[in-house]
Design a protein around this ligand. Structure first.
Ligand SMILES: [Fe+2]
Length: 193
């Protein structure tokens, strides 16, 4: 068996300092406009610009059993109407792949949900580690005015399954909107149909 050599990862709250990285996943509004509860309003924005919503920086670790993935995610500040920018959201396709999120900068909410519709909302800010048990889909939402930056660490056998959103027409049952200047977690109006 070929030995995988240990290495160190440099990081700060500034994602540019996250080194080494093997891959950067960049999601623009055009790619994920349909995750918002008012995709038609997102399309109106797209006529003028295509902002980057999320960037994910991945450390060069093999995505295979026995390894632990380490990645840094940045969610830029912004909203579509009253709904904050957020990650696409996914579930890990293994029942042995919990994850921890460690917030380095900014403020947010972590929407979590099981396939049988249990919901939980975590707080994301410096000083918090969010524990995401196996079997919980998760979506991070930037409710602040600056970038939300966090580390995610999970066993590599739990590949990220983004089809969770569309499974049986099921979406995240909660969404986070700004109301009177403050974030509020509400029922997803699209899931009520
Ligand atoms: Fe994850």
């Amino acid at each position: 068996m070929e030995i995988f050599k240990p290495f160190d990862i440099d990081y700060t709250y500034d994602p540019a300092c996250f080194e080494p990285k093997s891959l950067i996943i960049r999601r623009t509004l055009k790619q994920i406009y349909d995750i918002f509860i008012e995709p038609d309003k997102a399309m109106t924005v797209l006529k003028k610009e295509n902002p980057v919503i999320v960037e994910v920086y991945m450390a060069p670790i093999p995505e295979s059993a026995g390894h632990l993935m380490v990645l840094m995610t940045v969610i830029y500040p912004g909203k579509i109407v009253d709904e904050y920018y957020m990650t696409k959201g996914h579930i890990h396709d293994s029942d042995a792949a919990p994850e921890v999120y460690i917030t380095l900068k900014g403020n947010g909410k972590l929407l979590m949900q099981t396939p049988d519709d249990n919901c939980f909302t975590g707080e994301m800010k410096r000083g918090k580690i969010n524990y995401i048990p196996s079997g919980w889909a998760h979506r991070a939402v930037n409710t602040g005015k600056e970038e939300l930056v966090f580390l995610g660490i999970y066993p590599a056998e739990g590949k990220r399954d983004y089809s969770f959103i569309g499974k049986g027409g099921k979406n995240f049952l909660k969404v986070v909107i700004e109301k009177n200047g403050l974030p509020e977690v509400i029922d997803n109006p699209l899931s009520m149909r």
